[in-house]
Ligand binder design. Structure first.
Ligand SMILES: Cc1cc2nc3c(=O)[nH]c(=O)nc-3n(C[C@H](O)[C@H](O)[C@H](O)COP(=O)(O)OP(=O)(O)OC[C@H]3O[C@@H](n4cnc5c(N)ncnc54)[C@H](O)[C@@H]3O)c2cc1C
Length: 469
């Protein structure tokens, strides 16, 4: 890391790679930083090495991601894997941490934030038991190592990830005891409104449902896991049907014996780094909650800092690819002067397609969204903050005492003060506050962010290395 790159891209996922391609096409020097061991982001990180090199995958964004990967290698983009960006000065300098070196300072003329998203959850008693996983975590385990979390599984939640996991479980010859979906069947049919553009996705969904049916798995809509039990390890869980408001129907409970349970309720954008840099964020339920606000060039409210992919809104791989390409072209234009006519036409085409993907994203977010009654029916003994073991009862007590904002509840209870820095519990706490009669009037307000935005070993902080430009 000896020279100053013109552009630093945080995240080697679809958005980051698409941006890097546009930039290298314009001879802009790019450095990509990613905390994962391999580039490719969430979608490609578990694709086996053989398919990475031969492109053995038929799915659109994955196929295009693999093509980008091999192109990046041939263009010799500087990729720093297993390196996390933990902070910045908001003016072109970032601090990076890797197991190989103490904290380093890197600078660039432009920064692109393409840091993806993470899963969110509706907590229930027992969700912290060994044997209960996130749908994304279970997918990682299966795709990365070919190992099933358990030979038999209950899969539950909302949005597309439970279905995606069910497909993997069947592929690896696992059994699915039950597949539960929070939404109503009729909600999925909303995809029909987005035809003909979304026809491939509709067909993909129909094919997958057919495969599940052939394996004897019927998706139960308007259903939720409300409790998991076991001494040291998950042994059984309780499912319940939901009424039209999303609250469990008394008397509908059923016990399912299972050694494995995977749950997930959609995704929330990773915007902490952008907020730490001072970029303006906005709350939009149709985009997955808090997102970084960007111009049509993908530039944030801070000049020279751009964002693409999930941090600007949850909408899937195609949207990430489009925004990455747009950001790359816009950054190249800002560094090199005007774009050619050909590139300007290309930008116009990309923006038109982006609009269609944003409509699909809004559909995905509506499908994944848990209604207020879901949060209102969490039992009081449920742990909300896993790191600090803070239960809902303590949060409700603090609201009763007048601590009704995210920041004040955090200070009063330590919810969100643990190792994950609120990455898991903050979106849940926000929904609890937004649905509580004594706190809802405050509206959504995220927790404040300070660097380091990711956990850093003390030794990295004690031994700062000379600045690298
Ligand atoms: C758990 C999970 C499972 C998913 N499963 C599926 C699926 O099965 N099918 C599907 O179609 N879509 C799935 N998605 C959605 C899909 O991953 C996205 O649509 C797509 O990957 C978005 O691309 P992106 O470039 O915006 O983000 P990503 O591909 O997630 O790339 C973001 C990258 O940024 C890196 N990063 C983040 N913060 C930092 C930092 N501070 N420093 C350094 N690096 C950082 C991450 O390591 C990551 O590699 C899943 C998403 C998640 C979160």
């Amino acid at each position: 890391m000896s020279t100053k790159a013109r552009v630093i891209i945080v995240g080697a996922g679809l958005a980051g790679m698409a941006a890097a391609r546009s930039l290298t096409e314009h001879d802009v020097k790019v450095r990509i930083i990613d905390e994962n061991p391999h580039p490719g982001g969430q979608l490609l990180r578990t694709i086996p090495a053989a398919s990475r090199s031969t492109g053995l995958t038929r799915e659109g964004p994955k196929r295009r991601g693999l093509a980008l990967l091999s192109r990046l290698k041939s263009r010799r983009v500087e990729i720093h894997s297993q390196t996390q960006v933990v902070g910045s000065d908001g003016a072109g300098r970032v601090w990076v941490d890797s197991p190989r070196a103490p904290l380093q300072e890197l600078s660039a003329d432009r920064i692109l934030l393409a840091s993806g998203a993470r899963e969110t959850f509706l907590p229930f008693p027992g969700w912290t038991l060994p044997g209960v996983l996130s749908t994304g975590g279970a997918q990682l385990l299966i795709k990365g190592s070919g190992v099933l979390p358990a030979p038999e599984m209950v899969i539950a939640g909302s949005g597309p990830l439970p279905l995606a996991l069910a497909r993997e479980v069947l592929k690896y010859k696992g059994r699915i005891t039950a597949l539960l979906d929070e939404s109503r069947l009729v909600d999925s049919l909303e995809l029909l409104k987005l035809l003909p553009r979304q026809l491939p996705r509709l067909l993909q969904g129909i094919r997958l449902q057919g495969r599940l049916l052939r394996a004897g798995v019927l998706t139960r809509h308007q259903s939720r896991i409300i409790e998991a039990r076991g001494d040291e390890q998950l042994a059984e869980c309780t499912m319940a049907g939901l009424d039209s408001s999303g609250a469990p129907v008394p008397g509908s409970e059923r016990t399912l014996r299972t050694p494995g349970l995977a749950v997930g309720c959609g995704l929330v954008p990773n915007i902490e780094l952008g907020r730490e840099m001072g970029c303006r964020a906005g709350y939009n339920q149709n985009k997955g909650g808090w997102v970084l606000l960007v111009s049509e060039s993908q530039e944030t409210s801070i000049s020279g800092i751009y964002a693409a992919g999930e941090p600007t809104g949850i909408a899937g791989g195609n949207k990430a690819l489009l925004e990455g390409e747009i950001a790359g072209l816009a950054i190249a234009s800002s560094l090199k002067g005007r774009l050619s006519r050909k590139d300007r036409r290309r930008l116009a085409r990309l923006r038109k397609r982006l609009k269609q993907e944003l409509d699909f994203g809004a559909f995905l977010c509506r499908l994944a969204r848990i209604p207020a009654a879901g949060y209102a029916s969490i039992p009081k003994e449920t742990i909300i903050c896993r790191c600090e073991q803070i239960r809902l009862a303590e949060i409700l007590e603090s609201i009763h005492l007048g601590f009704s904002t995210m920041a004040s509840v955090k200070k009063a209870t330590r919810c969100g003060m643990g190792r994950c820095q609120g990455r898991t519990c903050a979106p849940i706490l926000q929904e609890i506050l937004m649905t509580h009669p004594d706190a809802a009037s405050n509206g959504p307000a995220p927790l404040s962010v300070r660097s380091p935005v990711k956990p850093v070993a003390l030794e990295s902080l004690l031994e700062p290395k000379e600045g690298v430009r």
